[in-house]
Design a binder for this molecule. Structure first.
Ligand SMILES: *[C@@H]1O[C@H](CO)[C@@H](O)[C@H](O)[C@H]1NC(C)=O
Ligand SMILES: *[C@@H]1O[C@H](CO)[C@@H](O)[C@H](O)[C@H]1NC(C)=O
Ligand SMILES: *[C@@H]1O[C@H](CO)[C@@H](O)[C@H](O)[C@H]1NC(C)=O
Ligand SMILES: *[C@@H]1O[C@H](CO)[C@@H](O)[C@H](O)[C@H]1NC(C)=O
Ligand SMILES: *[C@@H]1O[C@H](CO)[C@@H](O)[C@H](O)[C@H]1NC(C)=O
Ligand SMILES: *[C@@H]1O[C@H](CO)[C@@H](O)[C@H](O)[C@H]1NC(C)=O
Ligand SMILES: *[C@@H]1O[C@H](CO)[C@@H](O)[C@H](O)[C@H]1NC(C)=O
Ligand SMILES: *[C@@H]1O[C@H](CO)[C@@H](O)[C@H](O)[C@H]1NC(C)=O
Length: 451
């Protein structure tokens, strides 16, 4: 996650790649010292195992024996987000024992981890040893008695951009947004990571199916007969099963890149104004490769995508999207990504090397709408162009907020990243197994006629 890479933190998938990403800013206000644009290409290959059953949408209320709160109110447990890399990723404070760290907020993975002192840093591409500075973490965690290691388990995760980590697993007293739990966490002692000099870890808010603890102490044997996955309760599940908060959280990501850059609100809504009602849609039980058919990512079906008022649909029923705060860009099926990018004036051109669509920083973006359960959520034009860096001549290089998520196939899963999320409040209603979206009030160009 060097300053110019499109961040691919979010979703994780062992042995495969998933996306995570970057996010957008107003080209006019952005600045960056970095000089080279490095974006992994074709990062998104989130394929769902085809099975006779396909996916189901089932109520978690049924599974969990919980019923949905009748009215969601503003949360008393809100944590302010900070924007890093000019809005490519979002972090908040989390306390392990008595040590507080800024950590990336990720709805596309499930482990909460922090890097520990004395960790080994390696090159992301080659695994060659590097100095700690290469990994560019914030402060390291100094192990104290409050951490209780679980013997004979290890942690091993690979994120969508190729970054990978291993470490130990244990219990720690963890506080997030004012709620304290005894939580299973990972301490990272081996890292192939390109950090931001601020964050020390990550807060994974997805389902237990994606947790990355394994039997044994040798990570190279993970996913083998002697290194089976050992699922555990991720931090938010621990909080609501302990009865400390109702089983939903919400996220409002702001496009502001300084000061408060958003809110993670546990048990209720964030303190932002919305316009209109919430639209809900079931969280899908999926069968993404490598995992059992269960809740894993926050996956939903969308009805379609509108480009300047005309509706596009995945050509073979490709409608499954994960809602991932750890992914900067939106990843659409190739044909739709091409259509959106072609509708910029002048058109954005896909660049293999950059793995993104390069666009004139002062281009006019098309009106983009994501249709969810009959409601169209428009994307502010400001979120459609990201400053990615500067070229050799010192000129700004911009990319679009929409990237190519791969073949337009029914078994593929695409991503609604921060490009989308900056325009809505998302309620992750785990108890009801629904995501709820409401447009945010203060974005004046939500109206496609004005955009
Ligand atoms: C916030 O706290 C107030 C006062 O304790 C309580 O009445 C209210 O239900 C709480 N709201 C939420 C969403 O927990
Ligand atoms: C995290 O805590 C530090 C120290 O209290 C504070 O300076 C910083 O603003 C906090 N960050 C966020 C995002 O709240
Ligand atoms: C851990 O110890 C190191 C070295 O003493 C220190 O630099 C670092 O700030 C400590 N970490 C925290 C979170 O206090
Ligand atoms: C946390 O939970 C584990 C497992 O139940 C337990 O062994 C440990 O003592 C607990 N730690 C604290 C501080 O309560
Ligand atoms: C990283 O952060 C430290 C502590 O805040 C600061 O002293 C250092 O200059 C930063 N390094 C870079 C490369 O920004
Ligand atoms: C993580 O697990 C995979 C198997 O799932 C293994 O191939 C890999 O070597 C492990 N990572 C490390 C750094 O040991
Ligand atoms: C929300 O709307 C109210 C009433 O218009 C306004 O006073 C308030 O400042 C707005 N809050 C935010 C966070 O924009
Ligand atoms: C649409 O919303 C209604 C009302 O909340 C809900 O019952 C239905 O399952 C939703 N359908 C889809 C496809 O999201």
């Amino acid at each position: 996650m060097s300053a110019l890479s499109i961040l691919l933190v979010g979703a994780s998938l062992l042995g495969s790649s998933v996306a995570a990403g970057s996010y957008s800013i107003s080209a006019a206000t952005a600045s960056s010292e970095a000089s080279e644009l490095t974006v992994s290409s074709h990062v998104l290959e989130l394929s769902r195992k085809t099975s006779a059953k396909g996916y189901n949408a089932r109520s978690a209320a049924f599974l969990l024996g919980m019923s949905r709160a009748s009215k969601i109110t503003v949360s008393n447990h809100t944590s302010i987000l900070e924007s890093l890399f000019i809005g490519e990723e979002f972090a908040t404070n989390i306390t392990f024992g008595t040590e507080t760290f800024e950590s990336i907020v990720d709805t596309g993975s499930s482990d909460t981890w922090v890097v520990e002192s004395g960790f080994e840093c390696v090159d992301v591409e080659t695994s060659a040893p590097e100095t700690e500075a290469y990994c560019d973490f914030g402060p390291v965690y100094n192990v104290t008695d409050s951490f209780q290691q679980i013997p004979d388990e290890n942690f091993n995760i690979t994120y969508g951009d190729g970054e990978f980590l291993t470490g130990v697993v244990g219990y720690e007293t963890v506080t997030l947004a004012g709620i304290t739990v005894n939580q299973t966490v990972a301490l990272v002692n081996y890292a192939a990571w390109e950090g931001d000099n601020t964050t020390s870890g990550l807060i994974g808010l997805a389902y237990p199916a994606l947790t990355s603890a394994y039997a044994g102490t040798d990570p190279t044997l993970d996913n083998s007969a002697t290194g089976e996955q050992i699922q555990y309760s991720p931090i938010f599940k621990t909080m609501y099963t302990d009865g400390l908060v109702s089983p939903l959280f919400s996220l409002a990501i702001l496009r502001d890149i300084s000061g408060d850059s958003g809110y993670l609100a546990l048990g209720g809504l964030p303190p932002v104004n919305i316009s209109g009602d919430f639209t809900s849609t079931p969280i899908l039980i999926t069968n993404i490769e490598g995992y059992l058919e269960t809740y894993d990512f926050y996956t939903i079906n969308i009805d379609g995508i509108t480009i300047d008022g005309r509706t596009e649909r995945g050509s073979s029923g490709a409608t499954q999207y994960i809602v991932d705060s750890g992914t900067t860009l939106n990843y659409f099926p190739t044909r739709i990504a091409d259509a959106v990018n072609d509708a910029f004036v002048p058109p954005a051109i896909y660049d293999e090397d950059e793995g993104a669509y390069i666009v004139d920083c002062s281009a006019t973006p098309p009106s983009l709408g994501i249709v969810i359960n009959g409601t169209t959520f428009y994307t502010n034009p400001l979120d459609m162009i990201l400053l990615a860096g500067t070229d050799e001549a010192g000129d700004d290089v911009c990319i679009t907020g929409i990237d190519d998520g791969g073949s337009d196939a029914a078994e593929d899963v695409y991503i609604l990243g921060d490009t989308f999320q900056k325009n809505v409040v998302t309620v992750f209603d785990v108890g009801a197994a629904e995501l709820q979206f409401a447009a945010r009030e203060y974005y004046p160009s939500n109206d496609p006629v004005k955009a």
